[in-house]
Design a protein around this ligand. Structure first.
Ligand code: UT7
Length: 338
C-alpha cells in the first residue's frame, strides 16, 4: 500500500487589534525600548482586551479564514487539535468550543498542552491521523491568550508575551510534498524554570494562591534561554543530518518566536542566512503555541510548492523539536479549492 503523506493545504491566522508597544510598557514598569529590543527583538505585542473573549475567540477567525481559502465548509473538518496553555477553561477542551462556534459538527477534537512546542507536537499528531488513512481533513491550531496569565508588574515576563492564533489544514498529499519528518523531545525536569504554580490539581486556586500571584507565568529566564539555544539548534541540526540535508537545501526556517537571539543561534547552527528566517517577533512578541503558524500566515506568499522548510521550537516543559515540511502549494493557488 502506498504511504500517505499529510500536506499543509491552507493557513489562517488572527491577532487582536490592540497593540501593546514598548513605549506603553515604559509607562507601566521599569523598562525601556532599547533593553527590550536588544535582549528580545520585541517591539510590540497584540492583546485581546475585550471582556468575555477567550482563546477560542481567536481560533474561530483563524480557522474560518483557512476554510474560506481552501473552499471548504466547517462541516467537512474531521478533527481539530488546539495546542494551547491558555484554554478557555480547564475543561471542556477549547477545540470542542471552537468546533461548536464554527459549526464543525462532524469533527472530534481535543487540546494539546506542550507550551511553545504545542504547534509542532499537534502537527505531528495530526499528520499521523492523516497518514493512518482514516481522516482526510485535520485542522491544527496553535493559540494562546498569554495576557490572561501574564503579570503586568513583572518586567521579566510581561515584555515578552502576546496573544494570537494560527491554524493549518492537513490533508492527504496529492504528491510527495507534506510533513516529512519530526524530531520531538521533552524533559520534565525543566518544569521548575517555566510554569504556572497554581490552578492545577497540585495547588488548586485559593485566596492565598491569588495573593501570591501564583496564577501567572513564572520564568527563570537564563536557564530557559540556555536550554532553548541548545535544544532548538540541536533539534534543527539533527533533523537536517538524519535527512541528509544541509542549510543550502532549506528555503525557510520557521522558528518559535521567543527571543531573536535564540532564533539567530538556531539559524547559525543550521548554516542558514537570516534572510531565510521567518521573523515576526517584533510585531507579535511570544504568542506561545501560535508563533509558528502565525509565521506561516504572515509569510505564506513567499512559500513555493516543493520548498523544504524547517519548523523549530523550544518551550516550557521542557518541550522542544523540529519538523521538516515540503510545502505543498504556491500562493497563487492558495485560494483554489481542490
Ligand atoms: O517561549 C518559551 C521559552 N522562553 C524563552 O525562550 C525565554 C528565554 N529567556 C530569555 O529570552 C531571556 O532570559 C530574557 C529575555 C527573559 C531575559 O534576558 P537576559 O539577557 O537573560 O536578562 P537577565 O535575566 O540576565 O537580566 C539582565 C538584567 C537584570 O538586571 P541586573 O541584575 O543585571 O541589574 C534584570 O533585572 O536586566 C534586568 N531586566 C530588565 N531591565 C529592563 C530584566 N528585565 C528587564 C526589563 N527591562 N524588562
Amino acid at each position: 500500500m502506498q504511504k500517505i503523506t499529510a500536506a499543509i493545504t491552507a493557513v489562517g491566522g488572527y491577532v487582536p487589534e490592540y497593540r501593546l508597544t514598548n513605549a506603553i510598557l515604559e509607562t507601566m514598569i521599569d523598562t525601556n525600548d532599547e533593553w527590550i529590543k536588544t535582549r528580545t527583538g520585541v517591539e510590540e505585542r497584540r492583546i485581546l482586551k475585550d471582556e468575555g473573549l477567550a482563546t477560542s475567540d481567536m481560533c474561530v477567525p483563524a480557522v474560518l479564514e483557512l476554510c474560506k481559502k481552501r473552499g471548504i465548509l466547517p462541516e467537512e473538518i474531521d478533527c481539530m487539535i488546539v495546542a494551547t496553555v491558555t484554554a478557555d477553561m480547564a475543561f471542556p477542551a477549547t477545540a470542542n468550543i471552537v468546533c461548536d462556534k464554527i459549526g464543525a459538527a462532524n469533527a472530534w477534537g481535543f487540546d494539546l498542552s506542550a507550551a511553545c512546542s504545542g504547534f509542532l507536537f499537534a502537527l505531528t499528531t495530526g499528520s499521523s491521523l492523516i497518514e493512518s488513512g482514516r481522516y482526510k481533513k485535520v485542522v491544527i491550531v496553535g493559540a494562546d491568550k498569554m495576557s490572561a496569565i501574564v503579570d503586568y508588574t513583572d518586567r521579566t515576563t510581561c515584555i515578552l508575551f502576546g496573544d494570537g492564533a494560527g491554524a493549518v489544514l492537513l490533508e492527504p498529499s496529492a504528491d510527495d510534498n507534506g510533513v516529512k519528518d519530526s524530531l520531538l523531545k521533552s524533559d520534565g525536569s525543566g518544569r521548575k524554570y517555566l510554569y504556572q504554580k497554581a490552578g492545577g490539581s497540585l495547588k488548586p486556586a485559593s485566596i492565598e494562591t491569588v495573593k501570591a500571584k501564583e496564577h501567572f507565568i513564572f520564568q527563570d529566564g537564563q536557564p530557559v534561554f540556555k536550554a532553548a539555544v541548545k535544544g532548538m539548534a540541536d533539534a534543527a541540526y539533527d533533523l537536517l543530518q538524519r535527512n541528509n540535508l544541509t542549510g543550502d537545501d532549506i528555503a525557510w526556517l520557521v522558528p518559535h518566536q521567543a527571543n531573536k537571539r535564540i532564533i539567530d543561534a538556531t539559524a547559525n547552527r543550521m548554516g542558514l542566512s537570516l534572510d531565510k528566517v521567518m521573523l515576526n517577533i517584533q510585531r507579535y512578541g511570544n504568542t506561545t503555541a501560535a508563533t509558528i503558524p502565525l509565521c506561516l500566515w504572515d509569510f505564506e506568499n513567499k512559500l513555493k510548492k516543493g520548498d523544504s522548510i524547517v519548523l523549530a521550537a523550544f518551550g516550557g516543559g521542557y518541550t522542544w523539536g523540529a519538523t521538516l515540511v515540503k510545502w505543498a502549494y504556491d500562493t497563487d493557488s492558495a485560494n483554489t479549492p481542490a
